[in-house]
Design a protein around this ligand. Structure first.
Ligand code: F1P
Length: 588
């Protein structure tokens, strides 16, 4: 059923700032996304519920959780911190786990952090959204992970307060004393999902209400720049909040020697939010012109075809934590924009040894789509052409000679190449090799006096800037390719319950037809059958599993619902008018 705006979760609302982003040029796209991103910090003054992470309640919630970790986990030799989520939320949880275990390793302290991800490590690169709907898998995975630990602080991350996988885990924690559950998301509890989970007999909202005496961190960030694209503001706020909580905990526990540890927990949280992350937000426009060039080049790569009618590509070739962010950004494009898995790919120096994921080498188990080594990228050299954009993301300088060789080789090829390089003395020789390069500067005036950086090698300031750059590039490029209408994703794949409902809202909005007619049209588009009747009684889980790999479901459904086209005529029309945005607008 269509919901009235006030009942629509903030994470699924359309943002007024970006409502014309589909007709914006690269520069305007940059400005609109940057303006909307400000709400991550400050919320929206027109709406008191939309309060951003800098609000007092959020700061206090984070401070309390940091203190809880120090008192309950760092004092317990068998204590653990578990981060869990689906899609981007799970990937950011993985990234933070990786970063903090590295810090602890450098400090010769035990590795406190573990992660869980719906769909296992495969979801790091290829979304397994159907797994997000399985609350019982979530709870049994948590039970099995936690069995050898005596005290666990569990972070259930779900931007929409909606993922069943996380719901099952929170429910499990609430019934087992060894857990301290923390819910992290970006809607008020009243807007948590109310769909009853089969077999559990309750919905996410019920569990969130049960959590009221536990820890809930849920600042409201306003609507995403692209409706529902929680990889953007939601992913950014997740990263900022988790990193800040853990830094505060390690400072107060005396693991990281710093004058900052004399501050109170809330003061430390506020210091990091304001002096690292919000300063990064303010500095980010320094990279505007180069980011605009990147949006344009990547947009061209998505639009252009080679003389043999092959698509162009965007390749991130990377090392260190910048590489992990590149892999995550690439993985988000297929489910969000319907992009082919091979179109945007990431390659990481030292591949799985550098990634430090639980399951190790996924290429050996699951094949070529999981090949992430630089050797694998070098195999593409013979095919790189003028439609391809290669972006080197460099945050470490320990493979300098190899990196120089790769840059020089790629320069000889007809593709476009950019560099995004973290400022480090070792990286200077690389910058000169590029014609187009962003050097992400270390903010000396803010942080050089802080001992934290020296002890931990923290990249959080540079990483958050890189996240904005990459999210802006890939979102912008897909806008130029026509994958957004107003600010809605019109090639989203309905591969889980939440996405199926989002798709229904989009089809209703652009067709103007009733729920029933739109549902029928979506079913026809998924099953490629003009008669939806035989499939109507199927559970949504069956529609969702049939939708995996289905192409242009939104557009086909809109054409069927608004113009009564048959499936084959809608398919043909979209073949003749491949820019989905134009195809739908011209039919409106
Ligand atoms: C999890 C998620 C998103 C993804 C898509 C499907 O959402 O996997 O990361 O972009 O929207 O859902 P959430 O549980 O964090 O709300």
């Amino acid at each position: 059923m269509a919901t009235t705006p006030s009942l629509t979760p903030f994470t699924e609302r359309s943002n007024d700032i970006t409502k014309n982003i589909d007709i914006a040029n690269a520069e305007q796209i940059f400005d609109l996304i940057h303006t909307a991103n400000n709400e991550t910090f400050h919320g929206n003054s027109d709406d008191p519920i939309c309060n951003g992470i800098l609000n007092k309640i959020c700061i206090e919630q984070c401070a309390l959780v940091a203190e809880t970790i120090v008192k309950n986990i760092f004092t317990n030799p068998n204590g653990k911190i578990v981060l869990s989520g689906c899609g981007t939320s799970g990937r950011i949880g993985f990234m933070v786990t990786r970063a903090f275990n590295k810090i602890l390793n450098n400090l010769s302290l035990p590795k406190y952090y573990e992660y869980l991800l719906a769909g296992d490590d495969r979801s790091l690169f290829i979304s397994q959204e159907a797994k997000e709907d399985e609350w019982n898998v979530g709870s049994s995975e948590l039970a099995s992970l936690a069995k050898s630990y005596s005290r666990v602080i569990y972070f259930g991350i779900t931007c929409g307060l909606s993922a069943p996988y996380v719901a099952g885990q929170l429910d499990y924690c609430l019934h087992n004393d060894k857990f301290i559950p923390v819910l992290l998301g970006f809607n008020p509890v009243e807007l948590a999902r109310k769909h009853t989970l089969h077999g559990l007999g309750k919905c996410f909202y019920d569990i969130a209400v049960e959590m009221k005496n536990s820890h809930i961190i849920n600042p409201v960030l306003g609507a995403e720049p692209i409706t529902g694209s929680s990889r953007m503001k939601g992913g950014t706020a997740t990263k900022i909040i988790l990193e800040t909580i853990f830094i505060a905990a390690h400072l107060k526990a005396g693991h990281i020697p710093s004058n900052l540890s004399t501050k109170t927990y809330p003061e430390i949280v506020q210091y990091f939010f304001e002096n690292i992350y919000y300063k990064a937000y303010q500095q980010y426009p320094v990279y505007k012109n180069q980011t605009i060039s990147l949006i344009q080049s990547c947009g061209d790569s998505l639009i252009k075809k080679t003389p043999n009618k092959e698509d162009g590509h965007i390749y991130y070739v990377a090392n260190g934590t910048f590489g992990v962010l590149g892999l995550i950004d690439a993985s988000e494009c297929p489910p969000t924009f319907g992009t082919d898995y091979n179109t945007i790919r990431g390659f990481l120096y030292n591949a799985y040894d550098a990634l430090c994921n639980i399951e190790g080498d996924l290429e050996a188990k699951f094949g070529d789509l999981y090949a992430i080594s630089w050797n694998r990228f070098e195999l593409l050299f013979s095919s790189l052409n003028q439609c391809d954009t290669v972006i080197l993301l460099i945050s470490e300088s320990d493979n300098l000679e190899y990196t120089k060789r790769v840059i020089n080789e790629v320069k000889k090829l007809p593709c476009t190449m950019f560099g995004i390089i973290k400022e480090m003395s070792g990286n200077k020789p690389l910058i000169d090799l590029f014609d187009n390069c962003i050097e992400i500067l270390n903010p000396k005036n803010l942080l050089s006096s802080s001992e934290i950086l020296n002890v931990t090698g923290i990249d959080f300031y540079e990483e958050i800037i890189l996240k904005w750059i990459l999210n802006t590039i890939t979102t912008g490029a897909h806008i130029l390719q026509g994958k957004i209408l107003e600010n809605y994703m019109i090639d989203v794949q309905p591969t889980n319950f939440k996405l199926y409902n989002r798709l229904l809202e989009i089809v209703m909005r652009f067709s103007g037809a009733s729920v029933e007619k739109c549902t029928n049209a979506i079913i026809s588009a998924i099953y490629q059958d003009d008669d939806p009747t035989p499939y109507l009684s199927n559970d949504v889980t069956i529609h969702v599993s049939r939708a995996i790999g289905a192409k242009k479901v939104v557009a086909i459904a809109i054409l069927i619902a608004s113009r009564n086209l048959t499936v084959s005529i809608a398919n043909k029309y979209l073949e003749d008018n491949p820019v989905i945005r134009n195809a739908i607008s011209s039919y409106k």
